[in-house]
Design a protein around this ligand. Structure first.
Ligand code: PEP
Ligand code: MG
Length: 775
C-alpha cells in the first residue's frame, strides 16, 4: 500500500474522486472509476465495492479492480464472509492473513485465492449501512493506522456518491412515473367528488391545491403534532434552571438546523437550503432570545416562555399583507417546535419512515421534510399550507406528488387508510376502489417494463433510421434538475427558466448571486449548449417581493420581456449575471415573449451596454454570446422572417403560442377543449417559423410541453424542427420514437397533417400513427 501519510492520501484521493464523479455519467461508471483510482492510490492488488441490496441483507459486488471480471454481481449475505463482518460489526475489519480467519469465505467466481490481507470499511448513509469498501493485497501484511484512516475517508466519500446516485435515481424514476401516470389517468377519467360504497371499501375523493405534480398510491403515515402542545401544567423549575434548559434547547435546535441545512444543500442545492439559514438567524436573534429570557425572569417555565414568544411572532407574521411574509409564520412555528421538542426531550427522530408512505398532516414544515428519508415519501397531503410555502417549494424540488389544503383529510383517514395522490389535479382518493387499484397496478407494471426497455437509450443518438440527427435538450429550473437531465441523456439545456431562483428569495438577487447560480448550471453541462432565459414573470408567475399591478387579464398584461424592458435596472443585473457566468460553459441567452422587432433592438442595445460596462471593469465574458428569442406570440410568427435576421436562434414556446393563437388560457381547465396543439393555426405557425429559420440558416428549437409526446416529436421533425427541449424524463421516450422512424416518414406525417382542416381530424390521424408505430 501507499507510503503517503494517511490524511494526505485520503484527501488527495477525495479530490480526485470528486473530479471523477463530475466526469462519470452514472453510478456504475463512477464506482468503476473509483475502484481503479483507489487500487492505484493505495497500491493494493484488489479494490472492490459491495453495495447492500434493498432487502438490507444481501451484499452485491458492484465494482472491482483486481478480481475476476465474472465476479461482478456475486452476492453474499451479511452473515457470511469478512465483507459481511464489516457490516455486522459496523466498523473496519483489518486482517493480515484472511484465509486463516474463521469468517473467511472463498468465492470461486472471484478467483481471489492469491490475496491474503483484507481491509473492509463499511459505507454508511447516516446510520444505515449501504455497502462495504474492500481493499486486499497479495502479501500478508498489517494495515497501518494511517492507511485505515485514509480508507475510511475514502469510504465516506463513496457513501455519499452512492446515496446521491440512489436518490437521483429515485427522483428520475418518480419524474418519469409522474409523467406517465398523469397522461394515463387523464385517459381513465377518474370520478371526482362524492364518495361511494363498494363492497367493504368506501372511496372518498377530496380536492385540494395541486402543489407538486405527480401521482402515487400507498399506505399513510400521519405526521402527528400532539407532542408539541404545551402541557397545561408545566412543572416550573427554579429560574436559573429554566434559563439553562432554554439555552440548552436553543443550542440543540441550532445544531439540528445546521444539520438540516447541510442535508438539504446536499440533496437539493445551497439555494434551496437557504431557508434553514434564515431559521438559524432567528435562533441566534438577540430580540427573540431576549424576549424568552425576560419571560423566564418573570417566573415563566421555559416551555411556556418559548411558546408565548413564538405565538407572538407567528401572529405578527400572519398579519402581514405580503403573501411571502405571511408564509414565514409557518417557519416561525417550525422553529418554535424545534425548541419545544428539545425542551420536552423528544427531539425529532431521523428515518421515522420504515416503509414507503404517503404523509398526511394538518400542516407540514420544512424541517419535517428535511429530517425524513424523503426517498420513502411517496406523496404528501395536508389540510393547510399553500403554493408559496417553503414546504411546498421543497416538495416540488424533491419531486414528491403533493396536495395541500385538503379539508377533512385528518378526520377522513384512519391508520390503515390508503391514498392515491394526484398532485397534478389536486385530487386525493381515500381507500381507492378496487377498479382503480387494479388499474393503478397495471399501469405501474407497464411503466416498469417500459422503463427497463428505455434504460439502454441514454447514450444512443436521437437519429432516424435514415440518419437524420435531432438534438434533445432539457428544460430545467432548479440546480437539482442538472443530474436528472444528465441521467436522461440531455444534450444540453434548451430552456433554463430563471424564475425559480428568483422565486425562492426575499428580494431580487444581484448580479453576483445570479452569476454563481448560472455558473453552476453551465458547469453542470460542460461542452454542451445551455440557453438561459431571462426572467419571465407576470401572467401566473409572481415574485412576492415584486408587486405586479392589479390587472384584469394578467396573461395579456405586463409580463415577461415587457417587465424586463420597463425595469432596465433588473434586466441589466440579470444580463450582467449571465455574461459573467458565460465563460464557464457554452452559454446562450434567450428572451421570452418577444412581440416586435423594436423589442429585439432594445434588447440588443441594452445587452451591448452591459457588455461595455463589464469590459470597462475588466471583467471576462463571452463576447460572441449567442442571442435567441422565444416565439410564443402570433405577432412574432407574422414577422418571423424579419426577426430571423436579428438573432442567432429561435425557440418556439408552444405553451404560450397555443394560448395566444387560440385565445385560450393555458391554465384554465374549462378551456382544455379549445387549447389544442393540433389546431392547424398552431401547426402552420410552427411550419412557418421552421421554414424562416432554415432559410436564414438559424437553429430553431421547440421547448413547449407539446414536444414531450413522442408522436408530436415525430410531427415536429417532419415540420423541419431538428432540436427539441423537453422535461428531462421525456427524453428517452422521444428518442426511442425518433429512432424508430425515417425522416421520409416523418415528412410524410407532417405533409398529411398540414393538409388537414381540423384539430380533431389531426388528433385522430396521429393516434393511428401512434398505434401503428407502437408508441
Ligand atoms: C412556453 O411558453 O412554451 C414555454 C416554454 O415557456 P413557459 O412555459 O415558461 O411560459
Ligand atoms: Mg412561455
Amino acid at each position: 500500500m501507499g507510503q503517503d501519510g494517511g490524511e494526505t492520501l485520503g484527501l488527495r484521493t477525495i479530490e480526485d474522486i470528486s473530479a471523477l464523479i463530475l466526469h462519470s455519467h452514472d453510478l456504475q461508471e463512477t464506482l468503476d472509476n473509483i475502484v481503479t483510482l483507489v487500487a492505484k492510490r493505495l497500491r493494493s492488488d484488489v479494490c472492490s465495492i459491495y453495495l447492500l441490496d434493498e432487502d438490507g441483507e444481501t451484499l452485491r459486488l458492484h465494482a472491482t479492480r483486481g478480481l475476476s471480471r465474472g465476479a461482478r454481481g456475486i452476492t453474499m449475505k451479511i452473515s457470511e464472509g469478512l465483507t459481511g463482518l464489516a457490516i455486522e460489526q459496523r466498523g473496519v475489519v483489518a486482517i493480515d492473513n484472511a484465509p486463516l480467519h474463521p469468517r473467511y469465505k472463498y468465492f470461486p467466481e472471484a478467483k481471489e485465492e492469491k490475496v491474503l490481507s483484507f481491509l473492509g470499511v463499511p459505507l454508511f448513509d447516516r446510520k444505515a449501512a449501504v455497502g462495504v469498501l474492500v481493499v486486499q493485497t497479495k502479501e500478508a501484511r498489517t494495515f497501518s493506522k494511517e492507511e485505515i484512516s485514509a480508507a475510511s475517508t475514502i469510504a465516506w466519500q463513496i457513501s455519499s456518491v452512492v446515496v446521491n446516485a440512489k436518490l437521483l435515481d429515485s427522483v428520475r424514476k418518480k419524474e418519469e412515473e409522474r409523467a406517465f401516470f398523469a397522461s394515463e389517468l387523464a385517459r381513465l377519467k377518474l370520478p371526482e367528488g362524492a364518495g361511494h360504497v363498494d363492497g367493504k371499501t368506501f372511496q372518498t375523493v377530496l380536492k385540494g391545491h395541486a402543489i407538486s405534480p405527480g401521482f402515487c398510491c400507498g399506505k399513510i403515515t400521519v405526521v402527528n403534532r400532539g407532542a408539541d402542545e404545551v402541557p397545561v401544567l408545566e412543572r416550573v423549575r427554579p429560574k436559573g434552571e429554566e434559563l439553562k434548559r432554554f439555552q440548552l434547547a436553543l443550542e440543540k435546535a441550532r445544531v439540528q438546523t445546521i444539520y438540516m441545512e447541510r442535508r438539504m444543500a446536499e440533496i437539493l442545492s445551497k439555494e434551496d437550503a437557504a431557508i434553514f439559514h434564515s431559521h438559524l438567524m432567528i435562533l441566534e436573534d438577540r430580540g427573540f432570545i431576549g424576549k424568552v429570557t425576560s419571560l423566564i425572569e418573570e417566573e415563566y417555565g421555559a416551555l411556556r416562555a418559548v411558546s408565548e414568544v413564538v405565538a407572538q411572532y407567528v401572529a405578527a407574521f400572519s398579519r402581514m399583507e405580503d403573501p411571502y411574509l405571511k408564509e414565514r409564520s409557518a417557519d416561525m412555528e417550525d422553529i418554535g417546535r424545534r425548541i419545544t421538542d428539545a425542551l420536552n426531550g423528544h427531539e425529532k427522530k431521523q428515518d421515522k419512515l420504515k416503509e414507503n408512505r404517503v404523509l398526511v398532516a394538518a400542516e407540514l414544515f420544512p424541517s419535517d421534510l428535511a429530517i425524513m428519508d424523503h426517498r420513502k415519501i411517496l406523496g404528501i397531503v395536508t389540510e393547510r399550507g399553500n403554493l408559496n410555502s417553503h414546504a411546498a417549494i421543497m416538495a416540488r424540488s424533491l419531486g414528491i406528488p403533493t396536495v395541500f389544503g385538503v379539508e377533512g383529510i385528518m378526520k377522513g383517514v384512519g391508520a390503515r387508510s390508503e391514498l392515491i395522490v394526484d398532485g397534478t389535479s389536486g385530487c386525493v382518493y381515500i381507500n381507492p376502489e378496487q377498479r382503480i387499484r387494479v388499474e393503478y397496478d397495471r399501469l405501474q407494471r407497464e411503466f416498469s417494463q417500459k422503463q427497463r426497455a428505455l434504460e439502454g437509450m441514454r447514450d444512443l443518438p436521437a437519429e432516424t433510421t435514415d440518419g437524420c440527427r435531432v438534438a434533445l435538450y432539457a428544460n430545467i429550473g432548479l440546480l437539482n434538475d442538472i443530474p436528472v437531465a444528465r441521467a436522461n441523456g440531455a444534450e444540453g439545456v434548451g430552456l433554463y427558466r430563471t424564475e425559480f431562483p428568483f422565486m425562492t428569495r426575499k428580494a431580487f438577487p444581484g448580479r453576483q448571486e445570479q452569476y454563481l447560480i448560472y455558473r453552476k448550471i453551465l458547469e453542470g453541462f460542460p461542452e454542451l449548449p445551455v440557453s438561459i432565459r431571462t426572467l419571465d414573470i407576470g401572467g401566473d408567475k409572481e415574485l412576492s417581493y415584486f408587486p405586479q399591478p392589479r390587472e384584469e387579464n394578467p396573461f395579456m398584461g405586463w409580463r415577461s420581456i415587457r417587465v424586463s424592458l420597463d425595469r432596465e435596472d433588473i434586466f441589466r443585473e440579470q444580463l450582467a449575471g449571465i455574461l459573467l457566468a458565460s465563460p464557464y460553459g457554452k452559454c446562450r441567452v434567450m428572451f421570452p415573449l418577444v412581440s416586435a422587432w423594436d423589442e429585439v433592438q432594445s434588447i440588443k442595445r441594452i445587452m451591448k451596454e452591459v457588455q461595455e460596462e463589464l469590459a470597462a471593469q475588466g471583467k471576462a465574458f463571452d463576447g460572441g454570446l449567442q442571442i435567441g428569442i422565444m416565439i410564443e406570440l402570433p405577432a412574432a410568427v407574422q414577422i418571423v422572417e424579419l426577426l430571423a435576421k436579428e438573432v442567432d436562434y429561435f425557440s418556439i414556446g408552444t405553451n404560450d403560442l397555443i394560448q395566444y393563437t387560440l385565445a385560450c388560457d393555458r391554465n384554465n381547465v374549462r378551456m382544455k377543449r379549445w387549447y389544442d396543439p393540433y389546431h392547424p393555426a398552431v401547426l402552420h405557425s410552427i411550419k412557418r417559423v421552421s421554414d424562416a429559420a432554415s432559410a436564414a440558416g438559424k437553429e430553431v428549437t421547440v421547448c413547449g410541453e407539446m414536444a414531450c409526446e413522442p408522436v408530436n416529436a415525430l410531427l415536429l421533425l417532419g415540420l423541419g424542427i431538428r432540436a427539441l427541449s423537453l422535461s428531462a424524463p421525456s427524453i428517452p421516450q422521444v428518442k426511442e420514437a425518433i429512432r424508430r422512424i425515417s425522416y421520409e416518414e416523418a415528412r410524410d406525417i407532417a405533409d398529411r397533417v398540414l393538409a388537414m382542416p381540423s384539430g380533431p381530424a389531426i388528433r385522430k390521424f396521429l393516434e393511428e400513427v401512434q398505434r401503428e408505430k407502437g408508441l
